[in-house]
Each structure stands twice: as C-alpha cells, then as structure tokens.
Design a protein around this ligand. Structure first.
Ligand code: ADP
Ligand code: MG
Length: 261
C-alpha cells in the first residue's frame, strides 16, 4: 500500500506508549564453513514510540547484527522480533521489503550517497521505489532537506558537501518515506567531534518531533545525547539505562569554538 500524505514530523508517528520494537530471546548464528559464530545470545528488549536509544559496546559485540535484524535486513536464527506488533519472522521477502520501505529509515557510517546525483536526487530516490509520483517525491525530498538544514544546498553534489552535510543528506533520504523508526549504525563514525554533535542535534530535534531513533555508537559522549543507552557485550545486553542529565546538542554547539572546514 502506498501512502500519499505529506511527511508530518510535527506529529508523533505513534502514541508515546506504543511498542515499536520488541525482541524476544533473539539468537543469531553465522555459519562460516565449518565454524559457527554465535553473534547474538538471547537479546530481549522493548523500545517504545518516541524513544531515542543508543546501542553501545565493543567491536564484535553484536551491535550491527542486532541493527540489521531490527531493520529487517536479516532474520534472527531463533527468537521473535515484533515490529509495530508484526511478527517479522512470518513475513515473506516481499513483505519484508515493503515494511522496510514504509516503516524504517537507515543511516550508515559511510553516507552511501550516489556521487553523480544531487542532494535532492539522492533524497528523492526512495520515493521512486515507494511508487510516489515524481512531483510528490520532489516536494517530500525538498521538505526533508529543509528539515535537516540543507534547504540552501539541494542542488549540490556530494563532493561539494562536507562530511557532516553529506550525512545530513543521508538522514533526509532516510526520512523521505516518513518512517516511524530511524536506525543509524555509527552515523558519526567518520566525522569530527563538532560535526558529530551537529548530527546529534539533528537527531535530537527529529526525536523531539516524535521520531523513534535507535543509534549505534562506540563513543560514550555521543551516546549521552540519546535518552537511553543499551550496552552489548558478547552478543548479550549487559546494561540498559536511562541517560541522566542528557545534554542538549544545540546548547553544547553554542559553547564550542567554531573551526573552519
Ligand atoms: P559490532 O557491530 O558490535 O562490531 P557485529 O554484529 O558486526 O558486531 O559482529 C558480531 C559478531 O558476528 C562478530 O564476531 C563478527 O565477526 C560476526 N559477524 C558479523 N557479521 C558476520 C557475517 N556476515 N558472517 C560471519 N560472521 C559475522
Ligand atoms: Mg558494527
């Protein structure tokens, strides 16, 4: 089904109490020839609409494996994953692709933009796959770029943008189909500290408008901009807690010296 309504990030995507993500004892094995890697060892979690969760943990602890499952890019070996109440394991490949396109926006460490197309065209692209009209797609893409502060740079090519701006284009692209969930795997991994905080500022503002966000980071100071942190170790959740004294990224930026690009 295709929704033609305009993105309205001023309204929460779901009631605040609604459970967006629920995993129940998820295990994930990777078979590599003779060896078997047990990447997730029983992960149970609930994330509600409007949450902003940072997933932390050492390299190899299972963060990306878990994110790929949350994003329906991969399936658990056992255990259940409910996304907006839907049991993902029971869905066909086509249904999964549909859910991914409708409900989830992705942002990765490498911005994954097409280099020969403008910011606007990069952001428009997912609307083509969603069978949204060209005119509507363009309007949505413009709105999404304005939302991340790139209204003045829509016709720039990726090479004409800084790393932080490219990541904002990637965030706009992730938002253009109005997902209820944004998944970001190390979105600040390639960025300097100030630019990283600028990205966290964008994410905090989107979250304040109701978008549910799950972010992976290995940087503790970046994680504190989220509302809740979950620590992974050896494929298990080791700690799950609310962030006390969460800094406002916009405030932190105001107090930081500006460095020239
Ligand atoms: P993180 O993102 O926390 O660094 P990953 O989820 O990428 O951790 O990896 C968890 C474990 O699973 C690691 O031991 C990793 O080597 C293994 N792993 C991840 N992806 C694959 C894959 N596609 N095939 C085989 N093993 C994998
Ligand atoms: Mg990873």
């Amino acid at each position: 089904m295709v929704t033609t309504s305009r993105p309205d990030l001023t309204q929460p995507a779901a009631k605040p109490s609604e459970i967006v993500i629920r995993t129940d004892d998820i295990h994930k094995y990777y078979e590599l020839g003779e060896t078997r890697v047990h990447a997730l060892r029983g992960v149970s979690i609930e994330i509600r609409a409007g949450e902003f969760v940072a997933i932390m943990g050492a390299s190899g602890s299972g963060k990306s494996t878990f994110m790929n499952i949350l994003g329906c890019l991969d399936k658990p070996s056992s255990g259940e994953y409910l996304l907006d109440g839907i049991a993902v394991s029971k869905l066909s490949k086509n249904e999964l692709a549909h859910i991914r396109n409708q409900k989830i926006g992705f942002v990765f460490q490498g911005f994954n933009l097409l280099s020969r197309t403008t910011a606007l065209e990069n952001v428009e692209l997912p609307t083509l796959y969603a069978h949204i009209s060209r005119a509507e797609g363009q309007t949505r893409a413009q709105d999404a770029l304005k939302l991340v502060g790139l209204g003045e740079r829509m016709l720039h090519f990726p090479s004409q943008l800084s790393g932080g701006q490219q990541q904002r284009v990637a965030i706009a692209r992730a938002l253009v189909n109005q997902p209820s969930l944004l998944l970001a795997d190390e979105p600040t991994g390639n960025l300097d500290s100030r630019t990283s905080i600028e990205i966290m500022d964008v994410l905090q503002k989107l979250n304040a408008k109701g978008l549910t966000i799950v972010l992976v980071t290995h940087e503790p100071d970046i994680a504190t901009f989220a509302k809740r942190t979950i620590q992974f170790r050896d494929g298990k959740i080791r700690q799950d807690e609310l962030v006390a004294d969460r800094p406002v990224a916009a405030e932190v930026l105001r107090q930081m010296p500006v460095l020239e690009d």
